[in-house]
Design a protein around this ligand. Structure first.
Ligand code: GDD
Ligand code: MN
Length: 402
């Protein structure tokens, strides 16, 4: 490889996978632009020149000099990166990153965005399966104010060319699975598998993005601050040159990705811990009640109130130490702990009152069996208590900085 080619390569970002709020190009002497489009490649030597030339023509017409194309190549054996950098003199808006240590489509896109100077960030496949002319429609949607503009096979004007029944079935199956595991994200996208879209930098800046899998759009839609999603129909073309990199491994990674997002969008682990602690409280409550009532011979009401309060203290201590340990360790000091305890206590008491009201309502008005009514009330109050405690007692925003 000639020195000339090496010098043209853009440095490869490393470290965290978050996108900076401001483009970090000053050091590399790069100017801010309106739009940065990532072209991830692996063995696309037969397509790279065509895609660069077509995209440049379209963008030179629409936003001349206000864009950049960033090829992110994973050190392809067919030397796509070298071919790409040889095009730079002819296409001054073109940048090339050769990644030698990292692999994978998602991280390629993220690294490209990290190196990008644009306010609007995009991605398109290199193999011409994504029709380049759609780019302008996506761009117009972003100009109108969308946070995310997606090229979709499943809206008007969209489709696939010659897909077998089996492939259609797999693609739909994957989408339905996504809807079950992650409805609030997948339900917003008609084509969650699309790898052809644009997103506003401000919508994803400083959000740690996960490198799992092939489907970076799902990551962006799940973690980004995205209100307005616009979709434009496109027909997924057949590949003319080169080969697809999709194997069964991508399906496994897709499922892992969904589960990972589920756990991070819903505090599943925390909720389970909260449930375990709540359960332990039942035994404390019963034990202390026995001690006060039967062993010490205290009055019924007094025994019940005391044992409940001890159970609340027990639950608070475990929740503070374990369930919400990561948060309380950032809010140290006895005064803060006392404040958390008082709020927790308040939430518990409100829960108790509500519990009685729900049981009465279900039994007397809906005519549900008493025990079923009690069970439903416990489940509802557990969710409510958890939610209220997340919002009130162990607030992530109350850090030690104050
Ligand atoms: N840098 C890098 N590293 N690029 C990669 C890698 C990788 O590990 N794997 C694939 N690519 C590049 C390919 O070179 C191509 O430009 C693009 O990513 C898509 O890869 P294909 O192998 O052609 O995927 P496909 O045809 O099955 O397309 C499906 O996935 C795309 C990406 O999410 C479809 O669902 C598309 O709509 C979607 O855009
Ligand atoms: Mn492809």
């Amino acid at each position: 490889m000639s020195d000339r080619t090496t010098n043209l390569l853009l440095p490869n970002p490393s470290g965290s996978l978050a996108i900076p709020e401001r483009p970090s190009g000053a050091a590399a002497n790069l100017q801010p632009v309106k739009f940065s489009l990532i072209i991830p490649t692996f063995n696309e030597s037969q397509n790279i020149e065509d895609i660069v030339s077509i995209l440049s023509k379209i963008l030179d017409r629409t936003i001349p000099q206000e864009y950049e194309l960033i090829v992110v190549d994973d050190d392809s054996p067919d030397r796509t990166w070298e071919l790409a950098s040889a095009l730079i003199p002819q296409y001054p808006q073109l940048r090339v990153i050769r990644r030698e240590t990292e692999r994978g489509l998602s991280t390629a896109v993220i690294r490209g965005w990290q190196a990008a100077q644009g306010e609007i960030l995009g991605v398109i496949d290199a193999d011409l399966q994504h029709p380049p002319e759609i780019l302008i429609q996506l761009w117009r949607e972003m100009e109108k104010g969308a946070e995310l503009a997606v090229a979709s096979r499943n809206v008007e004007g969209g489709g696939v060319s010659e897909w077998s029944m089996a492939r259609r079935f797999l693609s739909r199956g994957a989408q339905i699975l996504g809807l079950v595991i992650l409805p609030e994200v997948i339900g917003r996208l008609s084509d969650p598998m699309s790898g052809y879209f644009m997103v506003r930098r401000s919508a994803i800046a400083d959000k740690p993005l996960s490198p799992v899998g092939y489907k970076i759009l799902i990551e962006v839609a799940a973690r980004g601050r995205i209100r307005w999603i616009s979709e434009t129909g496109y027909v997924f073309r057949e590949r003319v040159a080169g080969a697809s990199k999709v194997t069964w491994k991508q399906y496994i990674e897709y499922i892992q990705h969904l589960v990972k997002l589920r756990f991070s969008l819903w505090p599943v682990t925390r909720f389970l811990r909260f449930g375990v602690v709540g359960f332990s409280g039942v035994f404390v409550d019963m034990g202390i009640f026995y001690l006060l009532r039967t062993v010490l011979g205290l009055a019924l009401t007094r025994s019940a109130i005391f044992s409940s309060e001890i159970a609340i203290i027990n639950n608070f201590l475990w929740n503070d130490l374990w369930t919400f340990g990561d948060i309380s360790s950032k809010q140290q000091g006895n005064r803060k702990r006392l404040r958390r305890f008082l709020k927790f206590n308040l939430v518990c008491m409100a829960g108790l009152i509500l519990n009685v009201l729900i049981v009465n309502f279900l039994f007397n008005i809906v005519h549900v069996n008493e025990y079923l009514a009690k069970l439903i009330a416990i489940a509802m109050i557990t969710f409510l208590n958890f939610w209220l405690n997340v919002k009130l007692s162990w607030r992530v925003t109350d850090t030690d900085k104050e």
